[in-house]
Design a binder for this molecule. Sequence first.
Ligand SMILES: Nc1nc2c(ncn2[C@@H]2O[C@H](COP(=O)(O)OP(=O)(O)OP(=O)(O)O)[C@@H](O)[C@H]2O)c(=O)[nH]1
Ligand SMILES: [Mg+2]
Length: 371
Amino acid sequence: MFDSLKRKLSDAIKTFSKSEEHKVDEEIKEEAAHGEAAEPTVDDKSNVVGEAVDKGAPKHAEVQRDSGIKLSVSTNIKKTIFGSVKLSDAEIDRFAEKLRVSMLESDVSFEVAEGFVEQVKVILGERKLSSKGLQDELIGTVREALLDTLRSSKGAIDIMSFIPERISSGGAPVKILFLGPNGTGKTTTIAKIAYALKNKGLHPLLSASDTFRAAAIEQTEHHANAVGVPVIKSSYGADPTSVAFDAVAYAKAHGNDVVLIDSAGRQETNKNLIGEIQKMRRVIGPDLTIYVGESVSGGAIAMQIAEFSKFVKIDGIILTKLDCDAKGGNSISISKITGIPIMFFGTGEKYTDLVPYDPAKVVDMILPGAG
Ligand SMILES: Nc1nc2c(ncn2[C@@H]2O[C@H](COP(=O)(O)OP(=O)(O)OP(=O)(O)O)[C@@H](O)[C@H]2O)c(=O)[nH]1
Ligand SMILES: [Mg+2]
């Protein structure tokens, strides 16, 4: 999970901070060879005044600092004189370029990568970094920008609290429709959600409304039995909406509080199948419609979701197979591009492999905090 993003972002930060530290060492050596200290000069364009540190700082530098005079010395020399450093515009651009490439190579969309990089530039442009731990400071900055990027996407609905709230306000059974392209993990994800709901003390049931794909009904039945929840089914070729209708009626009669409605895989380009799902929404009126898509499908997935949502209102996205996705960029881009929140990640084939989406946790997975 996130292997590429993790590696590339950390490498970009490490290489950049190493090269900066190397530059400082070289300059110190050079100055030692010439036997002279750095001579800060007055320059109103620079707004940097570092915190003076002990020994090496020439007296006049402190005097100038105290009198509020702005100093212009090269970033690296400032770093040797003061305890903090502010990167120059050229250095920020160089670092930003490394980050941009890392993001794009990891499947992050162009638009989102740009927004993220601009955010990093703004933060670095305003901030003095401690020269003692440049790498950690840069990690902190990138984490902050990443979190901002993720948080600026639409906030997710937490199904695990949404459902009980609906039930307690008299909305049972809560109906949730799952849709998406073929083989993305819809049926498996429904079983995972049923498992989680059952463990929460709720009484979900499954509607085997994929009456199209061979063995789909048996697969849904298999999962229902394994999880220990009822399944309502019909025969192949039956109207998927009528199966869901029966499932809702059964739930009302038997006190099941959640109906999880499966559907056949479909492409956004198939008008008939899109019409079928529109009928399902009209007749059943699901409380939530969730798109299940594969993380591994690269940049195409955001476009697919955007196309789908022209015809069907989608309330949330579940991104599956994150365990197979070495890049991970989709997890950052999708909700930002589509404006639809991610609700869960699917991280494996077990019923417990369902992780609620949390921006802070995503950032931790991609770039563990310093210290
Ligand atoms: N590694 C991994 N495999 C998954 C995940 N979710 C589902 N799968 C696997 O993906 C395959 C397809 O899953 P299904 O649940 O049948 O997918 P579907 O979308 O219902 O497929 P169709 O009904 O044919 O459109 C199965 O082998 C699942 O075990 C996941 O998060 N990680
Ligand atoms: Mg299925």
